[in-house]
Design a protein around this ligand. Structure first.
Ligand SMILES: Cc1cc2nc3c(=O)[nH]c(=O)nc-3n(C[C@H](O)[C@H](O)[C@H](O)COP(=O)(O)O)c2cc1C
Ligand code: SF4
Ligand code: SF4
Length: 280
């Protein structure tokens, strides 16, 4: 049995899972939004993990998923990280979790992808230029994995590790406030799509209005999937922790927001219905 587990906000990682699954053949693709207890990998001889990079590491929901996942430690295990530019310790973090389960990563690589953090910046580099390059690298990786190649996973330099402690770790501490600034405009039609695409089950519709439940990964799935572009992001006076952070170690907080005209990005091979799926 071959299975790929992926976490995605805007589809890059899901697309990668599909390309690699096709090359492997007869491979199940499972979203990390599922309960890991329902999809154990104990009967798998090939296991893949694919996810974006958040704050120079593995996204917290993916960490939590893999920590709870039962696996076959003798399987051929691969990881593909999907950063925009800086992968940091995203693969090392997975290796640590797997080590606790007596398993090692046989193959690891990264694919630089379009940066999707819409509440901080517009998509870059241009999807027109970046996506074809991403596809090309994905196909090469897919062939290597299908042939059972062994490859050391990417590691962060000691410089990046030191910088991460100073520059990125403070952002992780703010994560619990990450959905406070979301706004819902009068254009909302209560369709519930934002709630269905959220990989963290973080949006409930209460009397037709999306309500954020404070375990947000800031993955951007809801933002890019809303058919009315009704989701905004505005740091308000009441968001004390975020406001305090503005003057300290988290300068990006100063530019967080979602101008109405900002371009949004979702991987061109993935649509809203795909983001709602749990497995395929
Ligand atoms: C909250 C957040 C943090 C991010 N941090 C990083 C980062 O540290 N390094 C990086 O290269 N890209 C970073 N990105 C960009 C994503 O990793 C990249 O766009 C990824 O391909 C998105 O994958 P997805 O489409 O599967 O969600 C970040 C994006 C978000 C939303
Ligand atoms: S997807 Fe947009 S329109 Fe639909 S419920 Fe969510 S915010 Fe409202
Ligand atoms: S609320 Fe939106 S940004 Fe937060 S995890 Fe869910 S889909 Fe992603």
């Amino acid at each position: 049995m071959k299975r790929i587990y992926y976490f995605t906000g805007t589809g890059n990682s899901m697309r990668a899972a599909r390309v690699i699954a096709k090359a492997l053949g007869d491979t199940e693709i499972v979203s990390m939004r599922m309960d890991p207890k329902d999809v154990p990998a104990t009967d798998c001889d090939v296991i893949g993990f694919i996810y974006p990079v958040y704050h120079w590491t593995m996204p917290a929901p993916a960490v939590s998923f893999v920590e709870q996942l039962e696996i076959n430690p003798d399987a051929y295990i691969f990881v593909v990280a999907m950063p925009s530019f800086i992968c940091g310790i995203a693969c090392e973090r997975l290796a640590q979790i797997l080590e606790n389960k007596g398993a090692v990563i046989n193959y690891g690589d990264l694919v630089n992808s379009v940066a999707n953090y819409a509440i901080v910046y517009p998509p870059f580099p241009s999807p027109k230029l970046r996506v074809p390059k991403t596809e090309k690298k994905l196909k090469r990786i897919a062939e290597e994995i299908a042939s059972g190649k062994e490859k050391a996973y990417p590691r962060a330099s000691s410089f990046i590790k030191r910088r991460r402690d100073k520059v990125m770790v403070p952002y992780l501490e703010l994560q619990k406030y990450a959905d406070n600034p979301f706004t819902i405009s009068k254009d909302c039609v209560s369709c519930g799509i934002c709630s269905k695409v959220c990989p963290c089950d973080n949006i409930q519709l209460i009397e037709g209005r999306p309500a954020f439940q404070h375990h947000c990964a800031n993955c951007m799935a809801c933002v890019v999937s809303c058919p009315k572009r009704a989701i905004g992001y505005e740091i308000k006076q009441g968001d004390r922790a975020l406001l305090n952070a503005m003057s300290s170690k988290t300068p990006l907080v100063k530019v967080m927001g979602l101008p109405k005209k900002r371009k949004l990005y979702r991987n061109p091979y993935i649509n809203t219905a795909d983001l709602i799926k749990n497995r395929e």
